[in-house]
Design a protein around this ligand. Structure first.
Ligand SMILES: Cc1ncc(COP(=O)(O)O)c(C=O)c1O
Length: 286
């Protein structure tokens, strides 16, 4: 049986949801999206995800198609209609259907689509072992802070990781770390947590913020600054973060072990803090 999704004001089975071919999301990749993790049927950091969606919409000059309360209710409805306890809610807004023309249509109605699926966080073995990654040049556009559905650059980069049997590709632009194809990257050197600051060159990850908060709370020193490639290549630890990966250690980079080649002590501390925090937040929401 196909799960229930939301499209433009109606709930329907996924296999019956249809978008016209002239939707600007299909023609131009003209839209934005969010992925919201749900634990025990409760959305995690929902206000922050909705704020980021609002910023993405503003950046592409698209008016909010739903009021804040409506969006929250809609996400609650989708969660309630999906079978799983832990879910991953996907929400997409495009500029709608219009005659093909690069300039914005005057009166198109945005297309709003929401679905949920299982939240697949890293298996225990991968938390224990870490994952292999490769590196690459960040050739994406200069508005990486917008969570755009135009993900061709990210897809090409991720495929080169997949071709190499790697979990992710760590990206450098002009000799400095940016992020990975679908995650933020943290570096540990001499016990200090380093990461690039939030600029137009990276997506402002919701998990990135959680990790920084937990690092501060557990006494891990933090430096948000440009991180040269050499500091990444000689790091004691490297981590990936995202809503579905949570926090995951990188075991090797381009075939060379990171530190000892096993998740390090700072990762283990932060990973535990993340799991404890998640449980605490979910208890409070209950
Ligand atoms: C390019 C990119 N960077 C970072 C992230 C992590 O963001 P978040 O922690 O909000 O999932 C994602 C998530 O999909 C992403 O696509």
């Amino acid at each position: 049986m196909s799960e229930t999704v939301y499209l433009n004001g109606e709930f329907m089975p996924l296999d019956q949801a249809r978008v016209p071919v002239l939707d600007r999301g299909f023609i131009f990749g003209d839209g934005v999206y969010e992925v919201i993790p749900v634990y025990s049927r409760r959305p995690f950091r929902l206000p922050q995800h909705l704020q980021r969606l609002a910023r993405s919409l503003e950046a592409i000059r698209l008016a909010k198609p739903l009021a804040d309360g409506e969006r929250t209710r809609l996400i609650g409805d989708i969660i309630a209609r999906y079978a799983g306890e832990d879910q991953s809610v996907y929400l997409q807004v495009t500029r709608g259907v219009a005659k093909r023309d690069h300039a914005f249509p005057k009166d198109a109605k945005p297309t709003v689509f929401v679905m949920s699926g299982p939240l697949v966080t890293p298996a225990r073995e991968l938390v224990e072992s870490g994952v292999p990654c490769i590196t690459g040049t960040d050739y994406r556009w200069l508005k990486c802070d917008v969570k755009s559905v135009s993900l061709l650059g990210n897809c090409l980069l991720r495929q080169s990781a997949a071709d190499a049997g790697a979990a992710e590709i760590v990206l450098f632009r002009n000799g400095h770390l940016t992020e990975a194809s679908a995650s933020n990257v943290f570096v540990i050197r001499n016990g200090t947590l380093l990461s690039p600051p939030k600029t137009h060159l990276i997506l402002p990850g919701i998990t990135y913020d959680v990790v920084l908060e937990l690092a501060a709370a557990t006494g891990i020193p933090i430096e948000l600054r440009a991180v040269p490639e050499a500091e990444v290549r000689s790091a004691d630890e490297l981590w990936l973060t995202s809503s579905t990966r949570e926090v995951q250690a990188i075991a090797s980079l381009d075939g060379k072990p990171v530190g000892t080649g096993k998740p390090g002590p700072v990762f283990r501390k932060l990973y535990q803090a993340f799991q404890d925090f998640k449980r605490k937040v979910m208890r409070q929401a209950a």
